[in-house]
Design a protein around this ligand. Structure first.
Ligand code: WA2
Length: 281
């Protein structure tokens, strides 16, 4: 009798966990497809027309009105690839200097007004944000190659042609861990079998979306009345020996644990959902 109850309990936990993992993964996948479509929109209307047929006002309106298509994202933005020899004319044209992304301790000691940020030091190339959804307007003019996680994403996105994800890190103007999804924008239709070098050469910019994981996962799970029953955590397990808790409280052992796989579409990153009952039977 007892083993029958504990079997059903185990099964209940597995079902609840798998359902939540599948929901989160599906929502993530939906938003990833729309971010990909936005990269094509920018390629068509910014780079495909001379002069560009999309400006900040149009991009801002369009991305705000289509935000329902990108569940779990807190905002999208477009960063242009600027080589050092183009920097001066780029800055003159836009009327601002390319800014350096500030580190976390700088964020604590001053507010994040882009006017107060330091200019980016000289580099071979930059990735200043030129178009943004209103929700992430604070990253306009910041060089995305000056942040470690953003830079790694940019380099991987343009060499692969795939959507790529960062490790969890503290996003600008957010107190939570988040991740950034990046797609490269190319200047020509490049063949499916293009080499990484061909892709890098054809790169003109980077379309990215930020995910504020704790608040957005919370919103998603809130729709399922389960909070009294189970505790859900989302982990980045890319580095198995140091898994990163991206969502949920510090785990406490209440006995039964169920782990559901999560596939966020970037084979270089591994994630999983861990579920426990709140109380022992
Ligand atoms: N977007 C929003 N908040 C951030 C952030 C970011 N990156 N990085 C740190 N905090 C324009 O990959 C190109 C977006 C980066 C895209």
């Amino acid at each position: 009798l007892n083993s029958g109850i504990s079997f059903r309990r185990k099964e209940t936990l597995a079902n609840m966990c798998d359902e939540r993992a599948r929901m989160l993964q599906d929502q993530f996948n939906v938003s990833m497809n729309h971010v990909h479509a936005l990269a094509i929109l920018v390629s068509t209307f910014y780079h495909g027309k001379e002069p560009p047929a999309i400006d900040q006002k149009t991009f801002g309106e369009y991305t705000e009105r289509t935000s329902f298509e990108r569940p779990l994202t807190s905002g999208v933005a477009y960063a242009l690839r600027v080589r050092d020899f183009e920097r001066e004319s780029f800055e003159k044209k836009h009327g601002w200097t390319i800014k350096k992304m500030e580190t976390e301790d700088q964020t604590l000691s001053q507010d994040c007004d882009p006017e107060k940020l330091d200019p980016s030091p000289i580099q071979d190339e930059y990735a200043p944000v030129i178009l943004s959804q209103e929700t992430v307007a604070h990253i306009v003019s910041i060089d995305m190659m000056s942040g470690k996680e953003d830079r790694e994403n940019i380099l991987r996105a343009r060499a692969s042609g795939k959507g790529v994800l960062t490790s969890p890190f503290k996003l600008l103007k957010s107190n939570h861990l988040g991740v950034v999804l990046t797609f490269a924008v190319y200047n020509t239709h490049i063949p499916q079998d293009a080499t990484p070098q061909q892709r890098i050469n054809a790169t003109v910019g980077y379309l990215g979306a930020s995910y504020d994981v704790p608040s957005l996962v919370e919103k998603l799970l809130h729709q399922l009345a389960s909070k009294q029953t189970i505790v859900v955590n989302v982990y980045d397990i890319t580095n198995v020996s140091s898994a990163i808790n991206m969502y949920g409280p510090k785990q406490i052992d209440t006995g039964l644990l169920h782990i559901s796989g999560l596939d966020f579409g970037d084979p270089a990153r591994k994630h999983e959902m861990r579920c426990r009952f709140k109380h022992r039977p």
